[in-house]
Design a protein around this ligand. Structure first.
Ligand SMILES: C[S@@+](CC[C@H](N)C(=O)[O-])C[C@H]1O[C@@H](n2cnc3c(N)ncnc32)[C@H](O)[C@@H]1O
Length: 246
């Protein structure tokens, strides 16, 4: 048999006469052991559990995207840069009102807002459990004392204390949100939205991000007539030219 060959068979013919031959067993060292079966079974179970876990996580994110009407697509760094440039250095109000990011996804713009406005509480509200968990994890590394993430439906939150509301939501959601903001926000409060505009509102200022979509970023201010659901903001606010607009 090929595997059971002796050393002399493998040496050139010239050398065999002068060498002592020792038997070398070339058979693979394969000792079948019942433990191997168990080992494979454990390995396959771990792989199966990992696969089911990964599918469950993807499924959960997907289901919440369907329920909420918007997937947790993050704001790109270029849009974030444009958004941060559009915001004033100081937010309105005698008291530092809260900053809300409505639908904060995987932590969204909240950490940048927390750094830019250290005297304000920045609260990211996210309904989808996994992005919310990841946001909390990221926040624990960032160590911004004024940054927190809450798992909730922002439509159920009272936003009357807001100095600034930030959002990146699908167009249909913006319609529902518009009525809520109109009813709850104080005069002078700011609203920053990107990609989808606030329907019926005239932006105070607008820039386009330096990305391939030229994503629009809008800054709105709640005028006195708008707060308390009196009149649509489009009748009252004015659009100004922007230094960063291209
Ligand atoms: C397009 S993502 C934006 C994420 C983040 N703001 C950013 O800019 O990176 C929209 C997020 O809003 C969340 N969302 C949608 N409707 C919501 C609601 N009613 N309450 C809380 N979160 C909501 C979605 O789960 C999703 O994560």
């Amino acid at each position: 048999m090929g595997h059971a060959a002796s050393a002399s068979c493998l040496l050139p013919k010239r050398a065999t006469g002068s060498l002592r031959c020792t038997f070398v067993d070339h058979r693979p060292n394969f000792n079948y052991n019942g433990d191997d079966d168990n080992y494979l079974r454990i390995l396959m179970t771990i792989e199966l559990v990992a696969l089911i876990g990964a599918l469950a996580v993807i499924g959960l994110v997907f289901v919440y995207a369907l329920i909420s009407g918007s997937p947790p697509t993050p704001t790109s760094p270029r849009v974030l840069t444009a958004a941060m440039r559009l915001l004033p250095r100081r937010l309105p109000g005698d008291q530092p009102g809260s900053i809300f990011e409505l639908g904060s996804g995987w932590c969204g713009m909240s950490p940048a807002l927390a750094r830019a406005f250290p005297e304000h509480s920045v609260i990211g509200i996210e309904v989808s459990p996994l992005p919310w968990l990841v946001s909390n994890l990221i926040a624990s590394f960032k160590r911004n004392g004024n940054l927190s993430f809450e798992r909730d439906d922002f439509m159920r939150r009272d936003l009357s204390d807001a100095a600034l509301v930030v959002c990146y939501l699908a167009g249909m959601q913006m319609k529902r949100l518009e009525a809520k903001l109109r009813a709850e926000l104080q005069p002078g409060a700011l609203v920053l939205a990107h990609t989808f505009a606030m329907p019926g509102w005239q932006p105070l200022d607008r820039v386009y991000a330096d990305d391939i979509y030229r994503s629009p970023v809008y800054l709105y201010e709640v005028p006195p007539e708008v707060s308390g659901a009196v009149a649509p903001a489009s009748q009252t606010a004015t659009e100004s030219s922007t230094s960063g607009e291209s």
